[in-house]
Design a protein around this ligand. Structure first.
Ligand code: BEZ
Length: 210
């Protein structure tokens, strides 16, 4: 059965650069971004891991930690981490799963045979502290991910978990929000103050405190 938004993130045990990881224990009571890489010692992946490591404090602010997965061994990963640290001027600060047997890749459907039948595509799973998958994004191997966008999606999810709001196109934290259709305009006024009603179905409010 395929994974969907709302599915419980499948549990697994796999080796990593930080030792054996039991995934549900790793999640604990935090949010997690699990993201896959086609292979070690590849250029785009090297820049992605460096960028992610530099943004660790931003993920921590959101009670979120990162874990990467690549279909090579811990030994390979450790050699590659040296290159990432040298070339991207950063200290790696989250684990990389050593998925040489493709256990995680298969469990999370990260191998798209039409693209490549052995390497993983660039999958991103945003998982909440209840271990539910909240967002899934897939990129081809040739396109490095935008980690500011991943943070933006987490901001939106964490805001809209607490308020009957949604976030519009290109929203970033602090921007105006959309009132969900289930809320009447009177209720929205009570909750959020001023409501700009552009159409009965399109109502905007200032972002409340999270
Ligand atoms: C990369 O990470 O640079 C990469 C991996 C597979 C195909 C193309 C690029």
């Amino acid at each position: 059965m395929g994974l969907h938004i709302g599915s419980i993130a499948p549990d697994f045990e796999q080796d990593s650069t930080d030792g054996k990881i039991k995934f549900h224990d790793f999640i604990g009571d935090q949010w997690v971004v699990l993201f896959s890489h086609p292979k070690d010692y590849t250029p785009v992946c090297t820049t992605e891991l460096g960028r992610a490591a530099k943004l660790k404090d931003e993920f921590t602010k959101r009670n979120c930690k990162m874990i990467a997965v690549s279909v090579d061994t811990v030994e390979d990963h450790k050699g590659w981490v040296g290159d990432i640290e040298d070339t991207q001027s950063v200290k790696m600060n989250f684990p990389i799963l050593a998925d040489a047997d493709r256990k995680v890749a298969k469990l999370y459907d990260m191998i798209h045979a039409e693209a490549n039948d052995t390497l993983t595509v660039r999958s991103v799973f945003i998982i909440d502290s209840n271990k539910k998958i909240r967002a899934m994004v897939t990129y081809p191997a040739s396109t490095g991910r935008n980690f500011a966008e991943i943070l933006r999606v987490i901001d939106s999810l964490q805001l809209t978990d607490n308020h009957k709001l949604a976030t519009p196109a290109d929203w970033t934290d602090g921007g105006d929000c959309v009132v969900v259709p289930a809320l009447s305009t009177d209720e929205a006024k009570q909750k959020f103050g001023e409501v700009r009603e552009l159409r009965p179905y399109l109502r905007m409010v200032k972002q409340p405190a999270k």
